[in-house]
Ligand binder design. Sequence first.
Ligand code: ASP
Ligand code: MG
Length: 426
Amino acid sequence: MALIVAKFGGTSVASPERIQNVAKRLIAMKNEGNDVVAVVSAMGKTTDELVGLANALNEHPSPREMDMLLSTGEQVSMSLLAMAINARGYRAASFTGWQAGIVTDSTFSSAKIQEVTAERIKAKLADGAIVVVAGFQGLTEDGEITTLGRGGSDTTAVALAWGIDADVCEIYSDVDGVYTADPRVVPRARKLDVISYDDMLELSSAGSGVLQSRAVELARKFGVVIHSRSAFSDAPGTLVKEIDMFMEQAVVTGVAHDTSEIKFTIRDADDVPGVAAQVFSALASGSVNVDMIIQNVGENSHTDISFTCPKGSKEEAEAIVKRIMPRIGGRDYVIDENIAKVSLVGTGMKSSPGIAAKAFSVLAENKVNILMISTSPIRLSIVVEGSQCQVAARCLHEAFGLDSESVFEETALSPEEIAAKMQKGR
Ligand code: ASP
Ligand code: MG
């Protein structure tokens, strides 16, 4: 018997049928003798639709009203799920974020959780009910409704798991765990049984989108064990937890890729103190999230500076670069929109020399041209031309011993098709 927090994403509650499936699953957990708290996202693409509605009426809606609006999505799914559980003869109670005791700061649209006082949840559990909590939302001390940022239900789930001291925080989605690479790009990717918080965080920030990074950070901070698994099958997924430092670990845990960034190069900027400071302070104050930076060795008192940032920040970044060009003496700038970042991630890299050398040799053998390089103690990222993303990811995956014997073939299946396959198999 365990205390389980189980989070279901938008896809898993997208229709009445799917909500039924979630209800069945929760009831099965309950019947096995567990105490169960479900956290749900809004149905399907509801949040996007609500954003669309808001923008149809106001291009710049006030953050407070936006959170009032977006928080309704999760309230629909939480109450429907509780009703579905009731209809099967089991007790259930749904709670909004504030009823669940989730207190946040007052940063609308990306509020941070400050406290979880889950008294009402505990009381309902003691009563024998299955508790359902609306993800993604909380309440400030002044009684304002806030949301936690897109994908924030994962964060709700982890915070609640910590707040009620759950044994595990299960995060159900349409993928069945964390893979050594995205199977759509690297068909020989393998599902990992377990991964450390550090590796998971590096993989997420390097572009692997299974779990929200903030949720993983929170889980690491409080030692909450996450189980990332499929909402459409009973197969165990991937555990995200602290890994014993004495445990034998693979040097490289996974290969991530990210095609969501673009590269700016400022040519022939003055090679004097303060130039980089000016460029990156201006970008920071324009809220452009800069990822990689390269500055070349100066020549004739001039130097090139390159950086990458999200595609979505292109206009903002370009306006800023244009504006400061005269101040830093830059000759011109170029934007490369067709790039991909491929990263090798692994805590084991810390104690293994020669990873970079091996990676670069493999890339050279496969005729992949490297445009930029950046490293952390447990990550090696390279930027390549967009068209070389797959080759780069595949050859690195193979070279570092991550390839599985079998080729992933379910990538073309929709969640419905996977569910249908599962039913047949039973
Ligand atoms: N419904 C919110 C979103 O779509 C929160 C979540 O799904 O976790 O971003
Ligand atoms: Mg979502």
